[in-house]
Write a protein that binds this ligand. Structure first.
Ligand code: NAP
Length: 256
């Protein structure tokens, strides 16, 4: 049985993979959750380089019964959960006036309900370990636009959900926060920028330069920078931070 266990969803690529690799320095076992097993196996190889153990669970978090099965597997293998990082998300950028009910439902099932169901299923174990939860929101929660209404609305809901869990966590000894990154260079961001390039009649190369300028920032963020923030939030140093929504965006949001 491992002494400290962190679960990372969305660990097959992007911010989730960077977070799993970073957390391997602080936890003895990292549970890697996403749908694509081969990509999770690649993440696991990096995790092992730091000496941490891994458990790969290839699962679709959007399916209602799956989060409980994931947590049961973790408990059967390790018997404890110290940190849960809900990072998986694939909300499409579709205009408010074009997005269908089905598309809204699919996006909400994964990012909002997947995180909610996993946190509920893990709660008794988190309570037992005085553990920590982080939920992945995004800057768009604070600057909703019609072009990405679902991304913004679901991210705003994540902030509220994390705060509600944090409220119970005060009583139960579980710390819960959300994080709002700005534009971070991952596969997901690259496809957004490509879409933005074609909408604005420019090449992908030009868009990679113009997009940060247009967002009022000097550069894209790196997944490893978000991973460092998440590692801090589930570390003993951050114990009194709870119910917070932390922004890391290179200065993109200009409002107070
Ligand atoms: N990149 C940014 O600029 C940015 C900014 C703000 C917030 N965020 C948020 O940060 C999170 C990670 O973003 P990213 O840019 O790293 O995205 P990404 O590279 O596309 O990674 C998304 C992750 O979610 C997993 N995933 C997708 N659908 C899943 C499902 N049904 N069940 C389980 N896992 C699933 C994917 O793995 P599989 O495909 O293997 O399942 C992948 O590991 C997202 O929640 C995103 O909204 C990103």
């Amino acid at each position: 049985m491992a002494k400290s266990v962190a679960i990372v969803t969305g660990a097959s690529q992007g911010i989730g993979r960077a977070t799993a690799i970073r957390l391997a320095k602080d936890f003895e076992a990292i549970v890697l959750v996403a749908r694509h097993r081969e990509n999770l196996e690649e993440t696991a190889r990096y995790v092992h380089e730091t000496g941490a153990e891994s458990l790969i669970i290839d699962a679709d978090i959007a399916a209602p019964g799956v989060p409980k099965v994931v947590i049961d597997q973790v408990m059967a293998k390790f018997g404890r959960i110290d940190a849960l990082l809900n990072i998986a998300g694939a909300v499409p950028q579709i205009d408010l006036f074009e997005m269908t009910d089905d598309q809204w439902d699919q996006a909400t099932e994964l990012k909002l309900h997947g995180a909610r169901r996993l946190t509920l299923a893990a709660w008794p174990a988190l309570k037992a370990s005085a553990g920590a939860v982080v939920m992945m929101s995004g800057n768009s929660a604070q600057v909703p636009k019609s072009g990405y209404a679902a991304v913004a609305a679901i991210n705003a809901a994540i902030v509220a959900l994390a705060k509600a869990f944090a409220d119970r966590g005060i009583e139960d000894g579980v710390q819960v926060n959300s994080v709002m990154p700005g534009p971070v260079m991952t596969g997901r961001r690259r496809s957004f920028v490509q879409k933005w390039a074609s909408a604005n009649g420019m090449s992908d190369e030009e868009a990679l330069i113009r997009f940060p300028q247009n967002a009022g920032i000097s550069r894209f963020g790196e997944p490893e920078e978000i991973a460092d923030l998440l590692a801090f939030l589930v570390s003993p140093s951050a114990r009194w931070i709870t119910g917070s929504a932390l922004r890391m965006d290179g200065g993109e949001v200009k409002a107070v």
